[in-house]
Design a protein around this ligand. Structure first.
Ligand code: FCB
Length: 503
């Protein structure tokens, strides 16, 4: 008898648990809205100078190394950013779209060679005017400007003169450029990011040769590079970038922060990395991959030195910091910004360390597994929204919960796909839901930006692929903008209207 009673009780408990779980699931599936997040959390969308401005040789702007790269056929469709979305002339129209959408912040970058055409020295008054106009247009409509100082567009003059980021001379010039920006715009801009994802730019630009300045050396790289050394240059460039970042942050903190009350940080590209099996090898390989992708930049900025795994595998090819540099790096970022797009699975690959000649990719000694096979193909990237929470949890644990902004998150589709971009809506909704779980679990994440506000000129695919909330008709001389379904969805989300993505 007592056995029957026990069975019955267990059965009832099971039903109660199942109903409970079911309810919890329905709750989690309730449409989310901006009001689920703290009021001080900021939601926006972004672009970058070369990708959106156009007017490439207007009003005194000189070329950046991205112009040079694009003009030598760097993008898949051989296009350039000469015209892009022409935001240089259409910024008022674009700010109006931002207001209509309900954006609270706009992330954009300043073209160094528009502001200081020689890379150093005199400021271009027309460049200054443009950024003042854009910033004033934003702030007068209550939209916070979040500004990046370097987004893949080094003045070509500095590349020609001393090879840009490969030389320590860059530290002085980058700091002087930042000084102009802080001095001229810092009364209205409170969020400064020194560099956009140097961990991708360095590998793409100095190991694989697929981004400006297209350096690589045989047997590495996807293109016939004219110059470079894939084994050492990524390490040197990252070293110089970190020192440049620290120098700019020091300047801001000493000279501007007390008065302007702003913040200075750096942006990195971050995958959420998951071991492909639960073997010790793959688990260790995943930590090593995090050290290489994230720790390469964040460890020096938090702990003052590169991760041990990176130093061990790169050996004498990675420069070291002096004790003074190390002190200057530590704590130099008020926040870290992440460009998070997708999750990757990690497989240990110790054999890559057997090569006499190694580059950064071989030094990591892993294989990344992604359904999209190799390079991203528009629309084929796996959408694994839990990765957003995963990567935020990783940063929280590894770096003592620093302030974080998600600077980029978005889905690539073919540019001429329909305006009915349901896949993007699902992607954004899934990722923002995951972000909310991270916030609720105590992650110190302070803001989220979609990439991108408009369809822009893209690094790999030029105008063939896009991430925009707004479609841009690149075939029309007026470059009209049209809202996609994702613009409507994001707008409803921002305005506190709870709508299911499939309605
Ligand atoms: C990021 C870049 C950004 C954009 C997206 C798709 O890596 O920061 O400029 O091209 O990828």
């Amino acid at each position: 008898m007592w056995k029957r009673k026990l069975c019955w009780t267990l059965f009832v408990l099971l039903i109660v648990a199942m109903v409970g779980l079911g309810l919890a699931q329905t709750r989690a599936r309730e449409p989310i809205s901006r009001d689920d997040f703290p009021s001080h959390f900021v939601f926006g969308s972004g672009t970058s100078a070369y990708q959106v401005e156009g007017a490439a040789s207007e009003d005194g702007r000189s070329p950046s190394f991205w112009d040079t790269f694009a003009h030598s056929g760097g993008a898949m469709d051989k296009s350039t950013g000469d015209m892009a979305c022409d935001e240089y002339h259409k910024y008022k129209e674009d700010v109006k779209l931002m207001v209509d959408t309900g954006l609270e912040a706009y992330r954009f970058s300043i073209s160094w060679s528009r502001l200081i055409p020689n890379g150093r020295g005199p400021v271009n008054p027309k460049g200054l005017q443009y950024y003042n106009n854009l910033i004033n247009e934003l702030t007068s409509h209550g939209i916070q400007p979040h500004v990046t100082l370097f987004h893949y567009d080094l003045p070509q003059t500095l590349e020609d003169e001393y090879k840009g980021w490969l030389s320590l001379k860059i530290v002085k010039d980058f700091t002087a450029f930042a000084n102009v920006c802080f001095r001229e715009f810092g009364d209205r801009v409170s969020h400064w990011t020194t560099l956009n994802e140097p961990n991708v730019g360095n590998i793409g630009g100095y190991d694989l040769g697929i981004f400006p300045p297209a350096h690589c050396s045989s047997p590495f790289g996807f293109k016939n590079c004219k110059s470079g050394n894939s084994s050492v240059e990524p390490y040197i460039v990252t070293h110089n970038i970190l020192l440049a970042h620290a120098s700019v942050a020091r300047l801001y903190k000493k000279k501007y922060q007390a008065k302007q009350q702003g913040f200075v940080g750096i942006n990195i590209f971050a995958y959420y990395l998951v071991p492909s099996t639960n073997t010790t090898e793959d688990i260790r390989a995943t930590q090593r991959a995090n050290d290489f992708y994230i720790g390469w930049l964040l460890d020096p900025l938090v702990f003052g030195d590169y991760p041990e795994t990176v130093k061990k595998n790169a050996g004498s090819r990675i420069p070291s910091f002096t004790p003074r540099q190390s002190r200057q790096l530590k704590g130099s970022s008020d926040f870290f910004a992440l460009n998070y797009y997708f999750t990757m699975y990690v497989k240990d690959d110790p054999s890559s360390l057997n090569h006499d000649q190694r580059d950064y990719m071989r030094d990591i000694a892993i294989k990344l597994i992604n359904k999209a096979r190799g390079l991203p193909i528009p629309g084929e990237l796996p959408v694994i929204p839990f990765g957003m929470q995963g990567v935020l949890e990783y940063i929280k644990q590894a770096y003592d919960n620093p302030p974080i902004y998600i600077h980029e998150n978005g889905l690539e589709t073919k540019h001429n796909d329909s305006l009915n971009d349901m896949s993007r809506v699902k992607y954004l909704e899934g990722n923002i839901e995951s972000l909310l779980l991270a916030v609720r679990n105590g992650s110190n994440v302070k803001g989220y930006f979609t990439w991108s506000f408009l369809d822009v000129y893209e690094l790999f695919y030029g105008y063939q692929s896009s991430y925009g909330l707004y479609y841009v008709d690149f075939n029309s001389p007026d470059l009209e903008r049209y809202p996609k379904l994702s613009a409507h969805w994001y707008s409803n989300f921002l305005k506190g209207r709870r709508r299911r993505s499939n309605i």
